[in-house]
Ligand binder design. Structure first.
Ligand SMILES: O=C(O)CCC(=O)C(=O)O
Ligand SMILES: [Fe+2]
Length: 339
Protein backbone atom coordinates (compact mmCIF):
# COMPACT_ATOMS: atom_id res chain seq x y z
CA UNK A 1 0.00 0.00 0.00
CA UNK A 2 1.19 3.50 -0.79
CA UNK A 3 1.01 6.30 1.77
CA UNK A 4 -2.27 8.06 2.51
CA UNK A 5 -2.92 10.49 -0.32
CA UNK A 6 -5.58 12.54 1.35
CA UNK A 7 -5.62 15.62 -0.80
CA UNK A 8 -3.17 14.80 -3.56
CA UNK A 9 -4.72 14.26 -6.96
CA UNK A 10 -1.93 12.06 -8.28
CA UNK A 11 -0.57 8.73 -7.03
CA UNK A 12 2.67 8.65 -5.05
CA UNK A 13 5.26 5.99 -5.94
CA UNK A 14 8.32 5.20 -3.88
CA UNK A 15 11.42 4.27 -5.83
CA UNK A 16 12.85 2.66 -2.69
CA UNK A 17 10.47 -0.22 -3.45
CA UNK A 18 12.24 -0.76 -6.74
CA UNK A 19 15.64 -0.69 -5.06
CA UNK A 20 14.42 -3.18 -2.43
CA UNK A 21 13.78 -5.80 -5.11
CA UNK A 22 11.60 -8.90 -4.72
CA UNK A 23 7.92 -8.41 -3.99
CA UNK A 24 8.42 -4.71 -3.21
CA UNK A 25 9.79 -4.23 -6.72
CA UNK A 26 6.89 -6.18 -8.21
CA UNK A 27 4.45 -3.95 -6.33
CA UNK A 28 6.24 -0.86 -7.64
CA UNK A 29 5.95 -2.10 -11.22
CA UNK A 30 2.28 -2.83 -10.70
CA UNK A 31 1.61 0.65 -9.30
CA UNK A 32 3.66 2.22 -12.06
CA UNK A 33 1.66 0.42 -14.73
CA UNK A 34 -1.60 1.56 -13.16
CA UNK A 35 -0.54 5.19 -12.67
CA UNK A 36 0.89 5.33 -16.17
CA UNK A 37 -2.18 3.89 -17.79
CA UNK A 38 -4.79 5.79 -15.76
CA UNK A 39 -3.30 9.27 -15.45
CA UNK A 40 0.12 9.29 -17.04
CA UNK A 41 1.35 11.40 -14.11
CA UNK A 42 2.57 10.55 -10.62
CA UNK A 43 4.82 11.73 -7.81
CA UNK A 44 8.08 9.90 -7.27
CA UNK A 45 9.55 9.91 -3.75
CA UNK A 46 12.35 8.02 -1.99
CA UNK A 47 14.36 8.24 -5.21
CA UNK A 48 17.77 8.67 -3.61
CA UNK A 49 18.37 12.27 -4.74
CA UNK A 50 18.88 14.42 -1.69
CA UNK A 51 16.73 17.31 -0.67
CA UNK A 52 19.92 19.40 -0.37
CA UNK A 53 20.78 18.82 -3.97
CA UNK A 54 17.26 19.64 -5.10
CA UNK A 55 17.44 22.87 -3.12
CA UNK A 56 20.83 23.68 -4.57
CA UNK A 57 19.44 23.45 -8.10
CA UNK A 58 16.42 25.58 -7.25
CA UNK A 59 18.67 28.15 -5.63
CA UNK A 60 20.83 28.25 -8.72
CA UNK A 61 17.72 28.78 -10.84
CA UNK A 62 16.71 31.67 -8.61
CA UNK A 63 20.13 33.28 -8.86
CA UNK A 64 20.24 32.84 -12.61
CA UNK A 65 16.89 34.54 -13.13
CA UNK A 66 17.95 37.39 -10.84
CA UNK A 67 20.94 38.21 -13.07
CA UNK A 68 20.70 41.46 -15.03
CA UNK A 69 18.93 41.07 -18.37
CA UNK A 70 22.19 41.64 -20.25
CA UNK A 71 23.87 38.70 -18.49
CA UNK A 72 20.95 36.41 -19.34
CA UNK A 73 20.80 37.67 -22.90
CA UNK A 74 24.51 36.96 -23.35
CA UNK A 75 23.46 33.29 -23.46
CA UNK A 76 20.18 33.73 -25.31
CA UNK A 77 18.91 30.73 -27.23
CA UNK A 78 18.80 32.67 -30.45
CA UNK A 79 22.60 32.32 -30.56
CA UNK A 80 22.33 28.54 -30.58
CA UNK A 81 21.24 26.29 -33.46
CA UNK A 82 21.19 23.57 -30.75
CA UNK A 83 18.30 25.13 -28.80
CA UNK A 84 20.40 25.83 -25.70
CA UNK A 85 20.33 28.91 -23.54
CA UNK A 86 18.06 31.61 -22.25
CA UNK A 87 14.56 32.41 -23.46
CA UNK A 88 12.95 35.58 -22.13
CA UNK A 89 9.35 35.96 -21.02
CA UNK A 90 6.92 35.27 -23.83
CA UNK A 91 9.81 34.13 -26.02
CA UNK A 92 8.37 30.61 -26.32
CA UNK A 93 5.09 29.62 -27.92
CA UNK A 94 2.76 26.79 -26.92
CA UNK A 95 -0.39 26.24 -28.94
CA UNK A 96 0.71 29.27 -30.95
CA UNK A 97 0.46 31.54 -27.87
CA UNK A 98 3.33 33.06 -25.89
CA UNK A 99 4.17 31.45 -22.56
CA UNK A 100 4.56 33.76 -19.61
CA UNK A 101 7.80 32.20 -18.35
CA UNK A 102 11.52 32.69 -18.74
CA UNK A 103 13.84 29.72 -18.96
CA UNK A 104 17.31 28.37 -19.37
CA UNK A 105 17.77 25.19 -21.42
CA UNK A 106 20.63 22.74 -21.50
CA UNK A 107 21.04 19.33 -23.09
CA UNK A 108 23.90 16.88 -23.33
CA UNK A 109 27.24 18.63 -23.65
CA UNK A 110 28.55 17.53 -27.05
CA UNK A 111 30.45 18.84 -30.04
CA UNK A 112 28.34 20.12 -32.89
CA UNK A 113 28.36 18.19 -36.16
CA UNK A 114 30.04 20.28 -38.85
CA UNK A 115 27.89 21.30 -41.81
CA UNK A 116 29.38 18.93 -44.42
CA UNK A 117 28.62 15.95 -42.15
CA UNK A 118 25.05 16.99 -41.37
CA UNK A 119 22.69 14.47 -42.92
CA UNK A 120 19.42 15.43 -41.25
CA UNK A 121 18.12 18.64 -39.72
CA UNK A 122 17.64 17.08 -36.31
CA UNK A 123 21.41 16.48 -36.07
CA UNK A 124 21.75 20.22 -35.53
CA UNK A 125 20.19 19.72 -32.08
CA UNK A 126 23.48 18.09 -31.05
CA UNK A 127 26.05 20.57 -29.78
CA UNK A 128 27.44 22.45 -26.80
CA UNK A 129 25.49 24.29 -24.12
CA UNK A 130 25.84 28.01 -23.41
CA UNK A 131 26.98 28.95 -19.89
CA UNK A 132 26.79 32.42 -18.36
CA UNK A 133 30.10 33.94 -17.21
CA UNK A 134 28.23 35.56 -14.35
CA UNK A 135 27.51 32.19 -12.65
CA UNK A 136 30.60 30.05 -13.13
CA UNK A 137 29.37 27.24 -10.85
CA UNK A 138 26.34 26.67 -13.03
CA UNK A 139 28.10 24.33 -15.42
CA UNK A 140 29.32 21.77 -12.91
CA UNK A 141 26.19 21.89 -10.75
CA UNK A 142 23.83 21.36 -13.66
CA UNK A 143 25.92 18.76 -15.46
CA UNK A 144 26.17 16.77 -12.25
CA UNK A 145 22.42 17.07 -11.74
CA UNK A 146 21.84 16.09 -15.37
CA UNK A 147 23.85 12.90 -14.83
CA UNK A 148 21.90 11.95 -11.73
CA UNK A 149 18.54 12.56 -13.36
CA UNK A 150 19.67 10.64 -16.43
CA UNK A 151 20.46 7.63 -14.23
CA UNK A 152 17.08 7.96 -12.55
CA UNK A 153 15.19 8.06 -15.84
CA UNK A 154 17.12 5.05 -17.16
CA UNK A 155 15.87 3.09 -14.13
CA UNK A 156 12.34 4.31 -14.73
CA UNK A 157 12.48 3.33 -18.39
CA UNK A 158 13.39 -0.21 -17.36
CA UNK A 159 10.48 -0.21 -14.92
CA UNK A 160 8.14 1.01 -17.66
CA UNK A 161 9.28 -1.84 -19.91
CA UNK A 162 8.43 -4.32 -17.13
CA UNK A 163 5.10 -2.61 -16.50
CA UNK A 164 4.35 -3.15 -20.19
CA UNK A 165 5.18 -6.85 -19.65
CA UNK A 166 8.34 -6.63 -21.76
CA UNK A 167 11.88 -7.72 -20.94
CA UNK A 168 13.53 -5.08 -18.73
CA UNK A 169 15.87 -4.12 -21.58
CA UNK A 170 13.15 -3.80 -24.24
CA UNK A 171 13.97 -0.12 -24.87
CA UNK A 172 17.65 -0.34 -24.01
CA UNK A 173 18.82 -0.42 -27.63
CA UNK A 174 17.28 3.03 -28.12
CA UNK A 175 19.48 4.60 -25.42
CA UNK A 176 22.65 2.54 -25.80
CA UNK A 177 24.83 5.55 -26.66
CA UNK A 178 23.14 7.56 -23.90
CA UNK A 179 19.59 8.91 -23.98
CA UNK A 180 18.74 12.34 -25.29
CA UNK A 181 18.26 14.57 -22.28
CA UNK A 182 17.03 18.13 -22.05
CA UNK A 183 16.68 20.22 -18.94
CA UNK A 184 15.02 23.54 -18.34
CA UNK A 185 15.21 25.87 -15.40
CA UNK A 186 11.97 27.82 -15.46
CA UNK A 187 10.56 30.90 -13.77
CA UNK A 188 6.86 31.76 -13.99
CA UNK A 189 6.21 35.31 -12.80
CA UNK A 190 3.03 36.22 -11.04
CA UNK A 191 0.15 36.96 -13.37
CA UNK A 192 -0.37 40.67 -13.89
CA UNK A 193 -3.89 40.53 -15.24
CA UNK A 194 -6.61 37.93 -15.41
CA UNK A 195 -6.25 37.33 -19.16
CA UNK A 196 -2.64 36.40 -19.01
CA UNK A 197 -2.50 33.11 -17.17
CA UNK A 198 -0.61 30.91 -19.65
CA UNK A 199 2.57 29.99 -17.80
CA UNK A 200 2.90 27.26 -20.39
CA UNK A 201 -0.02 26.25 -22.58
CA UNK A 202 -1.45 22.72 -22.71
CA UNK A 203 0.96 20.33 -24.38
CA UNK A 204 2.38 16.81 -24.41
CA UNK A 205 6.09 16.24 -23.89
CA UNK A 206 7.81 14.72 -26.92
CA UNK A 207 10.24 12.27 -25.22
CA UNK A 208 9.89 9.05 -23.23
CA UNK A 209 9.37 10.63 -19.83
CA UNK A 210 9.78 13.82 -17.84
CA UNK A 211 10.79 14.61 -14.26
CA UNK A 212 9.70 17.93 -12.78
CA UNK A 213 11.05 19.46 -9.61
CA UNK A 214 8.90 22.33 -8.41
CA UNK A 215 9.11 24.84 -5.59
CA UNK A 216 6.22 25.29 -3.17
CA UNK A 217 3.92 27.15 -5.57
CA UNK A 218 1.26 25.18 -7.37
CA UNK A 219 0.39 25.86 -10.99
CA UNK A 220 1.18 22.62 -12.82
CA UNK A 221 -2.08 21.04 -13.99
CA UNK A 222 -2.83 17.70 -15.58
CA UNK A 223 -5.70 16.80 -17.87
CA UNK A 224 -7.74 13.85 -16.63
CA UNK A 225 -11.10 12.32 -17.49
CA UNK A 226 -12.53 14.59 -14.76
CA UNK A 227 -10.94 17.76 -16.10
CA UNK A 228 -7.79 19.60 -15.06
CA UNK A 229 -6.29 18.65 -11.71
CA UNK A 230 -3.47 20.34 -9.86
CA UNK A 231 -0.13 18.55 -9.44
CA UNK A 232 0.39 20.50 -6.25
CA UNK A 233 3.87 20.56 -4.79
CA UNK A 234 4.91 17.60 -2.66
CA UNK A 235 8.17 18.36 -0.87
CA UNK A 236 11.10 16.30 -2.11
CA UNK A 237 9.11 14.57 -4.84
CA UNK A 238 9.58 14.66 -8.58
CA UNK A 239 6.47 14.82 -10.70
CA UNK A 240 6.88 12.20 -13.42
CA UNK A 241 4.95 12.12 -16.66
CA UNK A 242 4.84 10.10 -19.85
CA UNK A 243 5.82 11.59 -23.17
CA UNK A 244 4.89 10.82 -26.75
CA UNK A 245 7.60 8.21 -27.31
CA UNK A 246 6.10 5.91 -24.66
CA UNK A 247 2.70 6.45 -26.22
CA UNK A 248 4.16 5.40 -29.58
CA UNK A 249 6.10 2.42 -28.20
CA UNK A 250 3.00 1.11 -26.42
CA UNK A 251 0.71 1.74 -29.40
CA UNK A 252 -1.35 4.12 -27.30
CA UNK A 253 -1.77 1.76 -24.34
CA UNK A 254 0.02 4.52 -22.41
CA UNK A 255 -0.98 8.07 -23.21
CA UNK A 256 1.18 11.15 -23.17
CA UNK A 257 -0.99 13.33 -20.96
CA UNK A 258 -1.72 16.96 -21.69
CA UNK A 259 -0.54 19.34 -19.01
CA UNK A 260 -0.05 23.07 -18.55
CA UNK A 261 1.12 25.63 -16.02
CA UNK A 262 -1.14 28.41 -14.84
CA UNK A 263 0.71 31.56 -13.75
CA UNK A 264 0.76 32.02 -9.98
CA UNK A 265 -2.05 34.36 -8.90
CA UNK A 266 -0.53 35.72 -5.71
CA UNK A 267 3.02 34.56 -5.04
CA UNK A 268 5.67 36.53 -6.85
CA UNK A 269 6.85 33.59 -8.90
CA UNK A 270 6.99 29.86 -9.33
CA UNK A 271 10.27 28.09 -10.07
CA UNK A 272 10.65 24.64 -11.55
CA UNK A 273 13.21 22.43 -13.19
CA UNK A 274 11.97 20.08 -15.91
CA UNK A 275 14.07 17.19 -17.17
CA UNK A 276 13.06 15.46 -20.39
CA UNK A 277 14.47 12.09 -21.36
CA UNK A 278 14.09 10.55 -24.80
CA UNK A 279 15.74 7.83 -26.82
CA UNK A 280 18.93 8.83 -28.58
CA UNK A 281 18.15 11.08 -31.52
CA UNK A 282 19.23 8.60 -34.21
CA UNK A 283 16.93 5.87 -32.84
CA UNK A 284 13.57 4.71 -34.07
CA UNK A 285 11.18 3.94 -31.26
CA UNK A 286 10.13 0.29 -31.52
CA UNK A 287 6.50 -0.71 -31.46
CA UNK A 288 6.45 -3.15 -28.56
CA UNK A 289 4.50 -6.34 -28.85
CA UNK A 290 2.13 -6.19 -25.93
CA UNK A 291 0.53 -9.29 -24.45
CA UNK A 292 -3.13 -9.71 -25.46
CA UNK A 293 -4.59 -8.32 -22.21
CA UNK A 294 -2.72 -5.04 -22.74
CA UNK A 295 -2.91 -5.03 -26.54
CA UNK A 296 -6.69 -5.04 -26.45
CA UNK A 297 -6.59 -1.75 -24.54
CA UNK A 298 -4.07 -0.19 -26.93
CA UNK A 299 -5.99 1.91 -29.41
CA UNK A 300 -3.06 3.27 -31.34
CA UNK A 301 -1.28 6.53 -30.67
CA UNK A 302 -3.20 9.81 -30.97
CA UNK A 303 -3.60 11.00 -34.50
CA UNK A 304 -3.79 14.76 -34.44
CA UNK A 305 -2.95 16.57 -37.67
CA UNK A 306 -1.79 19.55 -35.58
CA UNK A 307 0.68 17.33 -33.74
CA UNK A 308 2.02 14.48 -35.87
CA UNK A 309 3.98 11.86 -33.90
CA UNK A 310 7.21 10.52 -35.36
CA UNK A 311 8.81 7.21 -34.44
CA UNK A 312 12.12 8.66 -35.58
CA UNK A 313 13.26 10.30 -32.36
CA UNK A 314 15.21 13.23 -33.80
CA UNK A 315 12.21 14.17 -35.94
CA UNK A 316 9.87 14.07 -32.98
CA UNK A 317 12.17 16.14 -30.79
CA UNK A 318 12.90 18.69 -33.53
CA UNK A 319 9.18 19.08 -34.21
CA UNK A 320 8.65 20.25 -30.64
CA UNK A 321 11.64 22.58 -30.64
CA UNK A 322 10.79 24.28 -33.92
CA UNK A 323 7.23 24.85 -32.85
CA UNK A 324 8.20 26.34 -29.49
CA UNK A 325 11.13 28.48 -30.60
CA UNK A 326 10.17 30.11 -33.88
CA UNK A 327 12.94 32.69 -33.64
CA UNK A 328 15.57 29.94 -33.43
CA UNK A 329 13.81 28.12 -36.29
CA UNK A 330 13.93 31.22 -38.42
CA UNK A 331 17.56 31.97 -37.65
CA UNK A 332 18.95 28.44 -37.99
CA UNK A 333 16.40 26.17 -39.68
CA UNK A 334 15.21 28.22 -42.62
CA UNK A 335 14.03 25.29 -44.66
CA UNK A 336 11.78 23.99 -41.89
CA UNK A 337 10.56 27.39 -40.95
CA UNK A 338 9.40 28.12 -44.47
CA UNK A 339 7.49 24.81 -44.59
O1 LIG B 1 7.10 23.91 -14.97
C1 LIG B 1 6.46 22.86 -14.87
O2 LIG B 1 6.00 22.48 -13.80
C2 LIG B 1 6.21 21.98 -16.08
C3 LIG B 1 6.80 22.51 -17.35
C4 LIG B 1 6.45 21.69 -18.56
O3 LIG B 1 5.48 20.99 -18.61
C5 LIG B 1 7.34 21.73 -19.73
O4 LIG B 1 8.22 22.62 -19.80
O5 LIG B 1 7.21 20.86 -20.61
FE1 LIG C 1 5.66 19.58 -20.27
Amino acid sequence: MGPAQTNLSLPVLKLSQWFAGGSARDAFIEELGKAAREIGFFYLTDHGISHEQQQQVMMLAKRFFQLPAAAKESVQMLNSPHFRGYTKLQGELTGGQPDFREQFDIMREQLAIEAPQLEADWQQIIGPNQWPDALPEMRSTLLDWQQQLTDLTVILLEAFALALKQPADALQATIKDGPYTHMKLIRYPRRTNTQQTQGVGAHKDPGYLTLVLQDDQSGLEVETADGWVSAQPLAGAFVVNIGELLELASDGYLKATYHRVVSPPVAEERLSCAFFMAAQLDAEVPLLELPPELAELAQGPASDPANPLFYQVGENVLKGRLRSHRDVAQAHYQRHHAA
